[in-house]
Design a protein around this ligand. Sequence first.
Ligand SMILES: Nc1ncnc2c1ncn2[C@@H]1O[C@H](COP(=O)(O)OP(=O)(O)OP(=O)(O)O)[C@@H](O)[C@H]1O
Length: 263
Amino acid sequence: MTLQTRDVSWRRGGTLVLDGVTLRPEPGSTIGLLGPNGSGKSSLLRLLQGIARPDSGTITLDGTDLARLRRREVARTVASVTQHADTDVDIVVRDVVRLGRTPHRSALSGELARDERIVAEALEHVGLTAKAGHPWHTLSGGERQRAHIARALAQEPRELLLDEPTNHLDIRHQLELLELVAALPLTAIVALHDLNLAAMFCDTVVVLQRGRVVTAGPPADVLTAELIAEVYGVRARVSHDDGSGRPTVTFQPGPLDRSSLHG
Ligand SMILES: Nc1ncnc2c1ncn2[C@@H]1O[C@H](COP(=O)(O)OP(=O)(O)OP(=O)(O)O)[C@@H](O)[C@H]1O
């Protein structure tokens, strides 16, 4: 069992931003949430985090309705890194990552050494060990993003929700981050804009359009020129010839000629 949604709909400001979304991730898999701007990816992640409730349908964690679980209980299992406003508070990087341990702490836990080891490992995973003692405000955008990922890893989640985690990252860190996420023994649901990164690292991709799931499945089945034309309105060539079993998408400039897609 995992974090699942069944027929979830959510209205915001009169707009139906999610419309009958059902998501049943395979435990331990990496799920890419794809779709154009405004298609509902962040909204779905907010509902999965439990910070907002759907208008209809259900979201369950191990079979229990998320609405019936306390925030702290959810946080012991589910960690998320969303697009956030940054703070100017005068703390060091290690302190931010330590916040990930909060749901596991109790007054009597006495596990400070273990907490510190987990924090150190999380910093190591994202390549920020050398910056652990640096003030937060001195980090670049990409380093802050990696520190937030480390905070989520320090939470030792079983479910990880990431909203465009490769934003701000250079190509090496984009690849390293997704490689890490895909290799972790947890279920990851990752909103992504880059179709090639999704193809490389996701077991399953779920494509949203205007709040509805258009299609879902392995990247090699889902990412076709037709689908990309239909959902994103752009011309693309999809090849399967690099021997990896994963498709590669190349975009082509110029107007979309729908008749050429089926030839
Ligand atoms: N508070 C709100 N009131 C009304 N509409 C909203 C509100 N918040 C979001 N929306 C609308 O919900 C839709 C889905 O937004 P969401 O942020 O989930 O999309 P997204 O797929 O994550 O987009 P992006 O790729 O641009 O991040 C959009 O049309 C957006 O305008």
